[in-house]
Design a protein around this ligand. Sequence first.
Ligand code: CU
Length: 119
Amino acid sequence: MLSLAGVLALVATAAVVPTIALAGSSGPTAPARGRTAATHTVSLSGFSFHPSTLTIKRGDSVRWSWNIPKSEHNVTFRSVHSRTGSSGSLTVRFPNAGTFSYVCTVHVSKGMKGKIVVH
Ligand SMILES: [Cu+2]
């Protein structure tokens, strides 16, 4: 499994919800050519992310969004994290290939975790 390099770049500082790029420690660095980058959605319900494993292509973004009045959640990668709250969102762009694991730190003991696999 590849680890995060700890490289964090804010690419949209003016946005209300910034898009964050996660750079992998290995793998091709050139952006995928000849196609439009997609934005995928991961939802939260109960103590789970859906889908818990999401496979995407380099350059794509993933958006987590939740509004769960009775519990607080977050989306936490090694170098990128959302706020903790009953509602929130986080958008992360993945320019490099790799496997990027994340958790909700509030509910990790209940198995609330996921991963993004970037090809
Ligand atoms: Cu949670």
